[in-house]
Design a protein around this ligand. Structure first.
Ligand code: FES
Length: 99
């Protein structure tokens, strides 16, 4: 578990300085070069969207193929978290349905 009490961790060394972005009401720590999805998983956030049928969805492929990780990022819906580099201050929301 990480310091938030949630399951999640990072592998390997990191370079640069960490920064934060917002996911719903949480502050998420990220490192330079990390995707939004990687930072969210490391923070223990595994549900990145709620599907049209009400089911929870998250990272499946991690390489941009399945679209299960799509979030609302800086106001834009249907953005793949696994293909988006995290930036300081960005605002990410768990997507609800098709939005
Ligand atoms: S996890 Fe499959 S597209 Fe992002």
């Amino acid at each position: 578990m990480n310091k938030t009490g949630k399951i999640g961790r990072r592998l390997g060394g990191r370079t640069g300085e960490p920064f934060t972005f917002i996911f719903d009401d949480s502050t998420i720590e990220a490192w330079p070069g990390e995707s939004v999805a990687a930072a969210l998983l490391a923070a223990g956030q595994v549900v990145l969207r709620i599907a049209e049928d009400g089911g929870a969805r998250g990272v499946v492929c991690g390489i941009g193929l399945c679209w299960e990780c799509r979030c609302v990022i800086d106001g834009r819906p249907n953005v793949r978290a696994c293909m988006t580099e995290a930036r300081a201050g960005m605002r990410v929301r768990r997507q609800q349905g098709l939005e």
